[in-house]
Design a protein around this ligand. Structure first.
Ligand code: NAP
Length: 284
């Protein structure tokens, strides 16, 4: 009898930390070439959601760790679509700014899609524009949506092949589930996308060799739906450090697993920073 292969912990925090040294070197080289011009990520925060403020702060800190800068533009919770578009226009025109991030979600009265689509594609380092999505889906060069692109980088780092694998993504949001499905498809996986109207979700999940939780509900995907030997990616993050997938007992029987926290989250920020640097390198 052969011993089961041990589960790989997909340690996004370590991968992201290790990548920071390489980014620091690239920032130094870029500054030397451009007369000490520092790459800048501009983040636009609308409203007073405490989690969004924390994410914006974390992104700024990550910029500074690699020698880049960040600029935070804040608008109050009553801001209109026109207010947000005006700020985006100013950031698009500002040659000091290399990347623009509009922190999701925006207050209900703001048309988020219209605002995302106003971001110049060369500065769309969070990969949120329809134009960028279309290019990515068609396999053209584009900045990927940061969380799904981070997941793909994490899988690639651990040498996890996707060709021919049956992947099930639970969630179809424009920033996560949908772009991830396209990225998995481009990597030759056979992809099923599930959502709130999916019939027999448990059966869909049972067929998955790669399962991605992108639902936004704590421990919604039950551990006993997941087959032995699956690759388990949990994009969710909720209070108490739990994700969208119930992971109890999974480590003993799956092939690979993202921890929560420390799996997908750090890869999102790392991807955003990498893409901002790439935008700055191109601008130079
Ligand atoms: P979202 O916009 O709320 O989308 C949730 C998706 O889940 C929707 O497509 C929805 O389906 C689907 N869903 C809801 N209830 C369902 C059900 N009962 N059965 C099957 N599908 C269901 O959320 P999101 O922005 O994609 O985020 C998803 C999760 O990822 C959240 O936990 C969020 O915190 C996390 N996240 C993490 C990062 C990171 O950096 N780590 C970044 C972004 C998001 P419908 O389309 O049919 O409504």
């Amino acid at each position: 009898m052969t011993a089961p292969t041990p589960c790989i912990l997909l340690d996004g925090k370590s991968v992201a930390t290790a990548n920071e040294e390489a980014l620091r070197q690239r920032v130094l080289a870029l500054k030397a070439r451009t007369g000490e011009r520092t790459p800048i990520l501009a983040t636009l925060l609308v409203g007073d959601d405490p989690s969004s403020a924390t994410y914006v702060r974390m992104k700024g800190n990550a910029c500074r760790r690699v020698g880049m800068d960040s600029r935070v533009v804040t608008l109050d919770a009553r801001a209109t679509t026109a207010d947000v578009l005006r700020e985006i226009d100013a950031l698009n025109a500002d040659e000091q700014v290399h990347g623009i991030l509009l922190q999701h979600p925006v207050p209900a009265q703001v048309d988020e899609r219209q605002c995302f689509d106003r971001i110049a594609i060369r500065k769309d380092v969070d990969g949120v524009t329809s134009h960028g999505f279309g290019r990515m889906a068609l396999g053209q060069p584009a900045f990927g949506s940061a969380t799904p692109a981070g997941i793909m980088r994490l899988l690639a780092h651990y040498g996890i092949g996707l060709a021919g694998k049956r992947a099930v993504v639970v969630g179809r949001s424009p920033i996560l589930g949908k772009p991830l499905a396209m990225m998995l498809l481009n990597a030759d996986a056979t992809v099923t996308v599930c959502h709130s109207k999916t019939a027999n979700l448990a059966d869909e999940v049972r067929r998955a060799e790669v399962i991605v939780g992108a639902v936004g509900r704590p421990r919604f995907i039950r551990g006993d739906w997941i087959r032995d030997g699956a690759i388990v990616i949990d994009a969710g993050y909720h209070e108490g450090g739990v994700g969208d997938i119930e992971t109890k007992g999974l480590f003993e029987r799956c092939a690979a697993l993202t921890p929560v926290p420390g799996g997908v989250g750090p890869m999102t920020i790392s991807t955003l920073i990498s893409q901002t640097l790439e935008a700055a390198e191109r601008a130079a």
